[in-house]
Design a protein around this ligand. Structure first.
Ligand code: FES
Length: 82
């Protein structure tokens, strides 16, 4: 299986090609995507683009982790209140 190299919170990781960013988080053992306005950790919930709980910043743009396929060179930042 081919892999893509990307960065999650400054850490370089190899993820199997075809995985979503949310799946990459699960694979890394850190499901948290962001924090709520009350600083509660939030993670992917619906997995189909409805709940918006998986918002992250990818290459400076707000994206849904469950709807975004991993691509080589991506810079993903999470934990922000986005
Ligand atoms: S997990 Fe619900 S929109 Fe991504």
């Amino acid at each position: 299986m081919n892999q893509v190299l990307l960065t999650i919170d400054g850490q370089r990781v190899l993820i199997p090609e075809g995985f979503t960013v949310a799946a990459a988080f699960s694979l890394s053992g850190q499901d948290i995507c962001r924090y709520s306005v009350t600083q509660q950790p939030r993670a992917a919930f619906c997995g189909m683009g409805v709940c918006q709980e998986c918002r992250v910043t990818i290459n400076g743009q707000r994206r849904l982790a469950c709807q975004t396929l991993c691509q080589s060179g991506m810079c993903i930042e999470r934990g922000q209140n986005v």
